[in-house]
Design a protein. Structure first.
Length: 297
């Protein structure tokens, strides 16, 4: 898949614009503005994004974003947004704006996961005079519009960008001062890597969140991190509990060890032998070794 500028007839993309907006009147008003980015896969256009200058200074606006229904939840929309953000940043924009219906909870969730934050709400924007008459979105009347924005800061070095793609919310090593924080960073990297390895492919039907999103949620969730830490501590405690006890003043090498004796031609097979190391000068008693299952006389 590749993302490129579209320079053809925009009316050929109307079916994509129609996925994002129910009003042909509104679509006719903005479809010729700005520039259109398209996601192309195998010669087929599977998504589009209309990027226009915003009314606010130092900002750009995503006027329309749509992906074919059969190709949704595969990272195409996120790729279009990232490309639009990078183009806007290079032109000097400080923010990227987008608006969507307040009734569309799925779109609000998607944009916030893509780095946008709530900005403001405009009431009674969608009505019959704009071409929206009696429309329900997810069972909610279409009336109000929500604006969101995403900050466009300076681009990170290539090494940091690669790290963010693998471990999005694990802090960079340069930000870690205390050895405890560096240890938590290493554990977080292992947890995210293991979770990503177990995640199903993002293009598999029915997958709603890709491995990156799951890694974000694990890195963000302090309760889950606490459960992992407590689990590791409990495992360490179990190991310490099952260590052989030793007496006061007794060295570790003096603790009794149990071993399984090898089979001998002239002796019982599978016999249990106790080997004990004791300090020099300590009286010891000899005990006979019996075949398992035999009784004492």
């Amino acid at each position: 898949m590749r993302i490129r500028l579209y320079d053809g007839d925009r009316d050929a993309l109307r079916h994509l614009f129609r996925l994002a907006d129910d009003s042909d009147r509104e679509i006719d008003g903005y479809m010729g503005k700005g520039e259109v980015l398209v996601a192309e896969d195998g010669g087929e256009i599977v998504g589009q994004l209309l990027l226009t200058p915003a009314e606010e200074p130092g900002a750009a606006e995503m006027k329309s974003l749509a992906v074919l229904e059969a190709r949704q939840r595969a990272g195409i929309g996120r790729a279009l947004i990232d490309d639009a953000a990078e183009r806007s940043r290079k032109r000097g924009s400080k923010r990227l704006l987008v608006s969507t219906a307040a009734a569309s909870t799925g779109d609000l969730r998607f944009y916030q996961r893509a780095g946008f934050r709530m900005l403001r709400v405009e009431r009674d924007v969608f009505g019959p005079e704009q071409g929206y008459d009696g429309i329900l979105v997810e069972g909610i009347p279409l009336r109000d519009r929500v604006w969101l924005d995403r900050a466009l800061g300076p681009r990170a070095p290539a090494r940091h960008r690669a790290l963010e793609r693998r471990e999005p919310l694990v802090p960079a090593p340069a930000d870690l001062r205390h050895p405890r924080d560096r240890l938590a960073h290493r554990r977080g990297r292992r947890a995210v890597a293991g979770l990503a390895a177990r995640a199903p492919p993002v293009d598999q039907p029915g997958v709603r969140e890709d491995a990156e999103v799951l890694g974000n949620r694990l890195a963000r969730d302090p309760q889950r991190r606490g459960e992992l830490r407590r689990g590791r501590a409990a495992a360490c405690g179990d190991l310490l509990q099952h260590r052989p006890a030793r007496g006061v003043g007794q060295r570790a090498e003096d603790v009794g060890l149990r071993a399984h004796a090898p089979a001998r031609a002239n002796g019982p097979t599978g016999a249990s032998v106790t080997v004990t190391r004791v300090p020099s000068g300590t009286a010891t008693s000899r005990s006979s070794t019996r075949e398992p299952g035999s009784s004492s006389s």
